[in-house]
Design a protein around this ligand. Sequence first.
Ligand SMILES: Nc1ncnc2c1ncn2[C@@H]1O[C@H](COP(=O)(O)OP(=O)(O)OP(=O)(O)O)[C@@H](O)[C@H]1O
Length: 303
Amino acid sequence: MAIIEVTNLRKMYGSQVAVDDVSFAVEEGEIFGVVGRNGAGKTTTVECLSGLRAADGGTIGVTGLDPRRDRAELRRRVGVQLQDCSLPDKLRVREALRLYASFYDRPAPWEGLLEEVGLGPKRDTAFAKLSGGQRQRLSIALALVGDPRVAILDELTTGLDPHARRETWELIEAVRARGVTIVLVTHFMEEAERLCDRIAVIHRGRVAAVDTPAGLIGAVDGMLRVTFRCPPGSEGVLRSAPEIARVVRDGDEVTVTGGDDVLLALTAALSAHRIVPMGLRVERATLDDAFLAITGHAATDEA
Ligand SMILES: Nc1ncnc2c1ncn2[C@@H]1O[C@H](COP(=O)(O)OP(=O)(O)OP(=O)(O)O)[C@@H](O)[C@H]1O
């Protein structure tokens, strides 16, 4: 059953359209990814979901509530961690949790939550003295202190080193295992591929695709990429094989793409002509490739 339903969401900032026409549904218990480049409209979308912004058009249902009309009740059911969690420098970890718990009638036992997110040893540490990863753990704990059914996590691992990022991923999986539905905004494709059951790709304020990571990757033309070296021109024998979608030479190297049967077709065609592929390596398409195919852009400028 869908716990979140968004239909034709539209949001303007002055004359600028931030979210044009966004529709998707999130099933209970899912980790649902919202991915897109900077400025695609991800944060605006989740801010509308959490009642922090009023939409200009469309409808939103979160646990059956309208985020603007039923804001008070929504706050009890939805935990929100927004970009750039910032607290007063001197506020200690346990003080922050106790303070946030006081906002709710029936908060989660925050002492247990502290242990669960691995901040037990840091309970007396001031916010300013926490590392980036510890701050993110605290922001997750604060999003969960109201014992929500849905947690909205926005760019949770931006700025973390790979180790802290992996630890945060494990924490997110543990939160889902407690039955919390998670909406995860990210522009890290590896993160989305690893964590999410389904992903909405937002591009220029619209949903360009919604599917499982495997579904998005499977739709990429050329799921397998085989790279090798062979004498110049000899790769021509590959062009007639129907299983091979593309043959590209770049200097010494030839890259061949196609579906799951591309490797067999390639080795058969080469061996029939006694051509030995040197330094052969096979790579599977990733969510980065799928993102590029769907939007026409790499997910991040660095990618
Ligand atoms: N408060 C605001 N006032 C005016 N324009 C805004 C405001 N917030 C966002 N925008 C604009 O709306 C568009 C969508 O922004 P949004 O923050 O939703 O994108 P995003 O996908 O979350 O980007 P990022 O990954 O950089 O956080 C962008 O063009 C942005 O510049």
